[in-house]
Design a protein. Structure first.
Length: 313
């Protein structure tokens, strides 16, 4: 089988032949199989990494490790070749479209779907192989690019949507050829990867639809030109002068309170240079610091301006 050519209408034309996650999955499966045939032995490898209900929960980590173990001879070699070719055929483009992390998560969850169905159907058999996870990858590819041409064996070109039924048919035939009830059920458990993949893709699509429903009702309003926040207009001098009499009265009352509370202070020297320039500066000082902060010269200025305003009236 060769890698399918991306459709010209898609935006992923430059898909590498092997992506990072797919490369690791193929390498792990092949490395474990090589160790089975050479150093460790098939029976020992399956005993150490294969999942068995009898060892659970003691060997809980074999739930994931069993996805990378195949039988050492016969049908195990056939299944390893089928899984590697299928993963090479569909995995890189799918990982390129998602990401290495999302693809790995989806791959492992599909494998767990096959493990769960195995526990329900074939509790007495040993669970090994990556077929469940690979079936989930093929399902995701067929759903996303159903009309994409795929060449099987480099000769037969079929639509991607038909590859999943073909894989299921091969799996069922292998289960029938297994003969005994336990072996046939173990092959049927591989279909759990299809079920898990379908649920994950359905849940992902439903989440995306809910997000679109929340965003779409929002009106697309045009951007408005920023406007300055209006500030309070300053009071005119006429308005401020009308309140001078009240301010003078408050100043005199504060001065009387200060005189009654403290002993008389020596007369201050005449300060001509520090005298306030005009009435506005005195009024600003009252608004900032209060009437008690006024000096004698500033209070005298207030009284003089107050008398002038009364004469004009």
């Amino acid at each position: 089988m060769t890698h399918p050519h991306p459709h010209p209408e898609t935006d992923d034309r430059d898909v590498p032949h092997l992506t990072r996650a797919v490369r690791w999955m193929i390498a792990l499966n092949c490395a474990v199989f090589f160790l089975q045939l050479t150093v460790v032995g098939s029976s020992n490898m399956q005993e150490w990494l294969g999942f068995s209900v009898e060892k659970f929960p003691g060997g809980w980590w074999t739930i994931v490790a069993s996805m990378f173990v195949h039988d050492g001879y016969g049908q195990g070699l056939w299944l390893l070749a089928l899984n590697v070719c299928t993963l090479y055929l569909f995995g890189p483009r799918l990982e390129h479209s998602w990401s290495a992390v999302e693809f790995t998560r989806y791959y492992l969850l599909c494998g767990l779907g096959g493990w769960l169905l195995h526990v329900l159907l074939a509790r007495d058999a040993l669970f090994t192989g990556a077929t469940s996870a690979v079936f989930g990858v093929a399902l995701a590819y067929g759903i996303r690019w159903p009309d994409e041409p795929v060449r099987l064996g480099g000769v037969l070109a079929v639509r991607a949507a038909w590859t999943v039924p073909l894989l299921v048919g091969v799996n069922l035939v292998s289960g029938v050829l297994a003969g005994d009830r336990t072996g046939g059920a173990a092959y049927l458990s591989h279909l759990g990867g299809l079920g898990a993949g379908w649920l994950l893709l359905r849940w992902s699509a439903a989440s995306l639809d809910r997000l679109r429903q929340r965003v779409s009702p929002l009106p697309d309003l045009p951007d408005e030109t920023p406007r300055a926040v209006p500030r309070a207009l300053p009071r005119s001098r006429g308005e401020r002068h009308r309140d001078i009499d009240e301010i003078v009265a408050q100043s005199n009352a504060a001065l009387r309170r200060r005189t009654a509370a403290a002993p008389p202070a020596p007369p201050a020297p005449t300060r001509t240079a520090a005298a306030p320039a005009d009435l506005d500066s005195v009024l600003d000082k009252i608004s900032e610091r209060g009437i008690d902060s006024l000096t004698i010269e500033e209070r005298r200025l207030l009284e003089e301006r107050s008398r002038e305003l009364r004469r004009k009236q």
